[in-house]
Design a protein around this ligand. Structure first.
Ligand SMILES: Cc1ncc(COP(=O)(O)O)c(C=O)c1O
Length: 395
């Protein structure tokens, strides 16, 4: 039997600390490794596989489009791209869409758009205020935007124009705002930073501040968008509307795609300002259209809300049972469990051995980001495994 992990260590750049499992197959909310072992997947491609693995709606859209037209240049009009843009606009508070290939690309586009806005409408303002603990991607600009000093250190000097301030603190944003500020950029709930849920009125207060100063509010909904929080977009949960929004992850349920969306008044790009060879390619656009249509038609966000609450309730019971669990937090199916010490890796391994995939979001916290189509039955199964796993490391 081929040792894939040995080959990886020989040929692949060693930039990722991997979990020692080689996954070869997925169906619904389950995946299998190369030894035939089955796992219940509460990682879901890292909050991507919102319809589960290999959902027929996505697979059929991909296959049909692959047989018809795969790639043209964006110099030409293509139907799946336009249909996807229309569906996004019809179901969000946004007016315009640009399709790209990933979350970081969507955020690069958002930052470029905000800078163009600053050049044209705010006397050349170019600074973007972001928050500590945020994660916006791994390009140089999105690294600088991410409020994580450990990500910055290896790449100094980073692009200028990013001010990282305390999270969940409107006053910190106010103090950092100057006549150089063109935008504030936030995740509705910080995902990679540890599932950090802000105060209920935080986003509303930030929105009011941006309006007062005439600057843009960018919401990075790469992780929170497409139903993850129990609403189609995270901004709905906080009853505000951003000027610019970015999407990726769940948009294609496993297909690499991202999107930059903006209100008409913020869409200051003109011809030649932005483009991408693969962005909005017919195949990825067709898969994303099929995914989004299914999510809307079947009200998948409601399922995420209902099952997410069931998951949180179950995790709370485990918190009461195990004294070393300090907090359960999240919304919809973006949920974390925090411990009083750095035992998340141990807990992850104990779950893995028992056939459950979970994510270690911090040394002392696990994250649960399963497909949005899961039901209470799968949650019960996951909770049962987690209970046994936590008991095993409690000894
Ligand atoms: C909120 C947020 N923004 C941006 C990104 C970067 O997305 P990508 O990895 O597709 O570039 C991520 C990825 O985890 C994310 O969670």
């Amino acid at each position: 039997m081929t040792n894939w992990q040995e080959l990886e260590s020989k040929y692949y750049m060693q930039t990722i600390v991997r979990i020692p499992v080689t996954l070869v197959k997925g169906k619904g909310v389950r995946v299998w490794d190369d030894k035939g072992k089955e796992y219940l997947d509460f990682v879901g491609g890292l909050a991507v596989d919102c319809l589960g693995h290999c959902h027929p709606v996505v697979v059929n859209a991909l296959m049909e489009q692959a047989r018809t037209l795969m790639q043209t240049s964006n110099w030409y009009y293509t139907v799946p791209q336009i249909r996807l843009a229309e569906l996004l606009v019809q179901n969000s508070c946004m007016d315009r869409v640009f399709i790209c290939n990933s979350g970081l690309e969507a955020n690069e586009g958002a930052i470029k758009l905000a800078r163009r806005y600053g050049h044209l409408k705010l006397n050349g303002a170019y600074e973007v205020i972001t928050t500590m603990g945020s994660f916006h991607g791994r390009s140089l600009a999105s690294t600088a935007a991410s409020g994580q000093p450990k990500m910055h250190a290896p790449y100094i000097p980073l692009p200028v124009g990013f001010i990282n301030v305390a999270n969940n603190d409107t006053d910190a944003i106010k103090s950092a705002t100057t006549d150089k500020t063109c935008a504030v950029m936030l995740e509705p709930i910080q995902g990679e930073g540890g599932v950090n849920v802000p105060d209920t009125d935080y986003l509303k207060k930030v929105r009011e501040w941006c309006d007062r100063k005439g600057i843009l509010l960018i919401l990075d909904e790469v992780q929170t968008g497409i139903g993850r929080l129990g609403t189609l977009f995270g901004y709905e949960l906080y009853d505000i509307e951003p000027d610019i929004m970015t999407l990726a992850k769940g948009l294609g349920s496993g297909i690499p795609i991202g999107a930059l969306l903006a209100k008409e008044r913020a869409t200051v790009f003109v011809s030649g300002d932005h483009n991408s060879t693969f962005g909005g390619n017919p195949v990825t656009s067709a898969a994303a259209y099929a995914t989004l249509k299914y999510i809307i038609d079947n009200d998948i966000p409601s399922n995420a809300k209902k099952v997410g609450q069931y998951l949180i309730n179950g995790l709370e019971k485990l918190k009461n049972k195990f004294g070393f669990v300090t907090e359960v937090r999240g919304r919809g199916l973006l949920v974390a469990m925090e411990f009083n010490s750095d035992i998340a890796e141990k807990a992850l391994t104990a779950c893995l051995e028992r056939g459950l995939l979970v994510n270690q979001v911090k040394p002392n916290a696990l994250r649960f980001i399963p497909p949005l189509i899961i039901g209470n039955k799968e949650v019960d199964e996951a909770l049962g495994i987690l209970d046994k796993a936590l008991s095993s490391i409690n000894k």
